[in-house]
Design a binder for this molecule. Structure first.
Ligand code: C2E
Ligand code: CA
Ligand code: CA
Ligand code: CA
Length: 279
């Protein structure tokens, strides 16, 4: 079956409904985590909207399944979360991303001011051992802790208010930075900003999508930017696909932008450094 460069197989839709197949996939995911070469970190850059300079990367997992092909996280993350495998998966991605960052630093591909964003599911906020594990990892790869940003979605915080607060405070004490992902799509975005200390807001792509064509979306983005400014939070706008969106965001004072307009997520090997430098 011919897949586009970034395409996923289509039959996965039927798969979701099929419980037996879900169980099979859970077993396969467990195996993939043991063998590891099937789970492939991809990296998508984000860019300083004003200077065009590379500001950082977000690590995004892909599953290269031996039979099913390349599987999107939206298919297997729910299975990983239900089965608890997500904790191993996230640790695998964090470890891989830290090793990758060390390699880029050594090769002088990136400077010490680079940000590496990694997604963290809520289950990890129950893991009392996470902070110590991260401390060791940071030491192992001799990373400046502030380079690592953990992205947490609003929905991840719903079930774990107290534990989350403790873990997030410890992560900050360790020097890591926290990003609130998909900002504006949950029910209590504002109360989370009030309750927890975040460093970065990621404006959800649903607002970026028609920011250049629809006054309502532009108004929401403007309000988020004003809020972020008042709270001294950095902002990354996600899902930037066109020059027109970029220009609109830049004119509004948005700091950082991420999306297919600049680059699709790619394996470390496929990253086009020359193209990034030319932005
Ligand atoms: P997310 O964190 O909101 O990541 C952004 C998603 O938008 C990614 O989908 C990315 O490939 C896609 N994207 C990037 N630029 C554009 C664009 O210009 N237009 C559009 N339409 N989409 C764009 P992806 O990689 O399929 O990941 C889906 C979600 O899965 C992520 O959403 C994140 O919540 C989760 N995820 C991915 N990797 C991991 C991981 O290692 N751990 C955890 N816990 N979650 C992950
Ligand atoms: Ca994210
Ligand atoms: Ca997001
Ligand atoms: Ca999302």
């Amino acid at each position: 079956k011919q897949l586009g460069r970034h395409g996923y197989t289509v039959f996965n839709h039927e798969l979701r409904a099929d419980q037996a197949d879900q169980l099979a996939m859970e077993a396969e995911l467990r195996r993939a985590l043991d063998e590891t070469d099937q789970l492939i970190p991809h990296y998508q850059p984000f860019i300083d909207a004003h200077t065009g300079q590379l500001a950082g990367f977000e690590a995004l997992v892909r599953w290269q399944h031996p039979m099913r092909g390349l599987i999107s996280p939206s298919i297997f993350l729910p299975i990983a979360e239900e089965s608890g495998l997500i904790m191993r998966l996230d640790r695998y991605m964090i470890q891989a991303a830290c090793a990758q960052l060390r390699q880029w630093l050594d090769a002088e591909r990136v400077g010490e001011d680079i940000a590496l964003h990694i997604n963290l599911s809520s289950a990890n906020l129950h893991d009392a051992d996470l902070v110590d594990w991260l401390r060791q990892l940071i030491a192992q790869y001799a990373l400046r802790p502030g380079m690592l940003h953990l992205e947490i979605t609003e929905t991840a915080l719903i079930d774990v208010p107290d534990i989350a607060a403790t873990v997030m405070r410890e992560l900050h004490e360790l020097g890591l930075r926290l990003a609130l992902d998909d900002f504006g799509t949950g029910y209590s975005a504002l109360s989370y900003l009030h309750r927890y200390r975040f460093d970065v807001l990621k404006i959800d792509q649903s607002f970026v999508f028609d920011v250049d064509r629809k006054e309502e979306s532009a108004a929401i983005v403007r309000a988020i930017l004003a809020l972020a400014d008042a709270l001294s939070l950095e902002v990354v706008a996600e899902g930037v696909e066109t020059l027109s969106q970029l220009q609109r965001l830049r004119a509004m004072g948005c700091d950082k932008v991420q999306g297919y307009y600049f680059s699709h997520p790619a394996t470390a090997r496929d990253i086009d450094w020359a193209q990034l430098a030319a932005i």
